[in-house]
Each structure stands twice: as structure tokens, then as C-alpha cells.
Design a protein around this ligand. Structure first.
Ligand SMILES: Cc1cc2nc3c(=O)[nH]c(=O)nc-3n(C[C@H](O)[C@H](O)[C@H](O)COP(=O)(O)O)c2cc1C
Length: 327
């Protein structure tokens, strides 16, 4: 498939692996890129810009294909040293950056001066238009289904993607709820030029997470995610577990008065890593999309991407074309 997204990033297939905290290491990014998609290293998972530089170098040893880096702009008093992270990206020769969270406006001059292609991930049409206005090359439109932070508007992709198509001039990929060839064809029918996946890529052989996490994704159905931290306007979609049930109880008790201090012990990074890296499944809340209901196996990234592309082709050439022929 050739789309404006494959052209922009110089990739074979219009499939991107979204940034994932404590998951987006070089091993996964390289596996996705080697399979013809765009793998993405998550910058803030690395403790320092120097560590990010090393992770980029490692990824370059593992693949000669293009890969990117995710930069998540957090609402934080103690902001990470973003200019230094950008310097590591630029000096590492990375040509694609997925930004997320707050607007990347302040950092666009540095990224553009270095010839970096910027795809901003956002959960609304208005934020997508802002991204276009400030010079982003593409947008990743993240629907309400998504794992991680779906924003506060709660618009699912069936509406959000065609709305984005009505308004945007720059290309966009569909993000949230994407799992297979059906997702890709549907996303493209709604106006996207590719898709971004998070949760699905966690259940792959190369994903550097504990087998318990991969097994939980295979076993979960589409009813098992929950939204937490809504009273903080920092909503996150996670897979339910004991920690999540506790957070929901606290939020029910305290309502709008809930503060981050009330839930911190269940969402803090160290506990999140115990789940993802050590497989202690009730230690903390962890991001997971409704798409868990469509995950039934743990393939390699190559198997997954090959399967998506052949399934997409079969749907277009046989199933859809077949309906026209029948008429
Ligand atoms: C475990 C996990 C961690 C994530 N961490 C980040 C992150 O640090 N930064 C970010 O921009 N998006 C993050 N995301 C969101 C993904 O990049 C992607 O937008 C989302 O997973 C898409 O929805 P899906 O899970 O339905 O595919 C995370 C998602 C998951 C599942």
C-alpha cells in the first residue's frame, strides 16, 4: 500500500507502533521497523537524554529501516529536559518524531530545522487542526477506544476519523482500537492513510513485557478496560485489576475532590514497571485499549504485520469488491 504516510516516513506498510511508556524500547521499535512499519522508541522511558542516545544507537544496530521516537509532553511542574531529549533525537539521526500530550509548538522550530517529520497524536479535531497549523506533517487521531490517555471528549473513531477527514489537509493515521486487516481497511475507508497501534503491539514476541502481560491481553475481552483519573482530567484507559478497582473506589468516595496523591501509589512508574516487566499483575494500573477483545495470540511483529497486510488486501479485493460484483 502506498499512502501519504508511507511516503512521508519512507516505510513499506502504513502501520505505526505508538509510543508506550516502559514498553517502547529499541527491541520492539526495531522489530516493527524490520517488518516494514514504523517502530517508535519512547523517549521518557529512558531516564536521561544520554540513555535515549544509547537506545537510539542500539535500535540502529538492530535495523537499517526508518524508526521514530515518541516525545510525550506531560503537564508537570518538574518538566523533563525536552531540548536535550530533542538534541539526542537529532544527533541520533532520527527522522520521525511522534509527539503527544501537550502541543509540541514550542519545540517545532528545533525539530523542523533538523528535518524531522512530526506526527502529533491527539484526541480531537480541534487539536488536530492546531497541529496542522503549527506545521506538523501528520496527525495520529486517537479515538475514545484507545489504550492510554483518550482525552476528555469521548468521541470514538467511527465519528472522530471521518470528522478529521472533513477538516484536515495533512495526512492522518487512525489510532485506538486498531488490531488487524479489518481495522486498517475500515480506517482507510473513514479517511485515514494508515493506522497506529499500541496495545496490539504489546502482545507480540518482541514486546519487552512480561509473559503474564501478554497472556492477560490474550485472555481479556473488550469489556475489561476501565477509565481512571477522570476527576483529575487526566483520564487513562487501563485493564481492570485489584489496583484499578481500588482507584475507582477512591474516586467514587472523593468525587471531584480526588487528587493525584489519592491514587499515586497505584499509578506511579515504579509500580507500573512491576506489572509490565515483572508480571505482578495487580501491582498497579496499566494502559490497555478495548482492542484487547480482538487480541487472541502472540505473534512476532513480522507475522502480525504480514497478516494485517494480506488480510487487508483480501478484504479490499474479495469481500468489498465482491459486494459490487453481486450488485
Ligand atoms: C502500555 C501503554 C503505554 C502507553 N504509553 C504512552 C506514552 O508514553 N506516550 C504516548 O504518547 N502514548 C502512549 N500510549 C498510547 C499509544 O501510543 C497509542 O496511542 C494507543 O495505545 C492506541 O490505542 P490502542 O491501544 O487501542 O492501539 C500507551 C499505550 C499503552 C497500551
Amino acid at each position: 500500500m502506498k499512502t501519504r504516510i508511507t511516503e512521508l516516513f519512507g516505510i513499506k506498510h502504513p502501520i505505526i507502533q505508538g509510543g508506550m511508556h516502559y514498553v517502547g524500547y529499541a527491541s520492539l521499535a526495531a522489530a516493527v521497523s524490520n517488518a516494514g512499519g514504523l517502530g517508535i522508541i519512547t523517549a521518557l522511558t529512558q531516564p536521561t537524554p544520554e540513555d535515549l542516545a544509547k537506545e537510539i544507537a542500539k535500535c540502529r544496530e538492530l535495523t537499517d529501516k526508518p524508526f521514530g521516537v515518541n516525545l510525550t509532553f506531560l503537564p508537570s511542574f518538574n518538566a523533563p529536559p525536552y531540548p536535550e531529549f530533542i538534541q539526542a533525537i537529532v544527533e541520533g539521526g532520527v527522522r520521525a518524531v511522534e509527539t503527544a500530550g501537550r502541543s509540541p509548538e514550542e519545540h517545532m522550530p528545533a525539530l523542523k530545522a533538523a528535518g524531522v517529520k512530526v506526527i502529533h497524536k491527539c484526541t480531537s479535531v480541534r487539536h488536530s487542526l492546531k497541529a496542522e497549523r503549527i506545521g506538523c506533517d501528520a496527525v495520529s487521531v486517537d479515538g475514545f477506544e484507545c489504550g492510554g490517555h483518550p482525552g476528555e471528549d469521548d468521541v470514538p473513531n467511527m465519528i472522530l476519523l471521518p470528522r478529521a477527514a472533513e477538516e484536515l489537509k495533512i495526512p492522518f493515521v487512525a489510532s485506538g482500537g486498531m488490531a488487524d486487516g479489518r481495522s486498517l481497511v475500515a480506517a482507510m475507508a473513514l479517511g485515514a492513510e494508515g493506522m497506529n497501534m499500541g496495545t496490539r503491539f504489546m502482545a507480540t514476541v518482541e514486546a519487552p513485557v512480561h509473559d503474564n502481560v501478554k497472556q492477560a491481553l490474550v485472555e481479556a475481552d473488550e469489556l475489561q478496560t476501565r477509565l481512571i483519573m477522570r476527576p483529575l482530567r487526566n483520564t487513562e484507559r487501563v485493564l481492570t485489576n485489584a489496583a484499578v478497582e481500588r482507584i475507582i473506589e477512591v474516586e467514587r468516595e472523593k468525587g471531584a475532590a480526588t487528587t493525584i496523591a489519592d491514587v499515586r501509589e497505584y499509578v506511579v512508574g515504579a509500580q507500573n514497571r512491576r506489572v509490565l516487566h515483572e508480571g505482578v499483575m495487580d501491582a498497579a494500573a496499566w494502559s490497555c485499549g478495548m482492542v484487547a477483545g480482538l487480541i487472541h495470540d502472540v505473534p512476532t511483529c513480522q507475522e502480525l504485520i504480514d497478516r494485517i497486510m494480506s488480510e487487508a488486501e483480501a478484504i479490499i479485493r474479495k469481500r468489498l469488491e465482491g459486494f459490487l460484483a453481486a450488485a
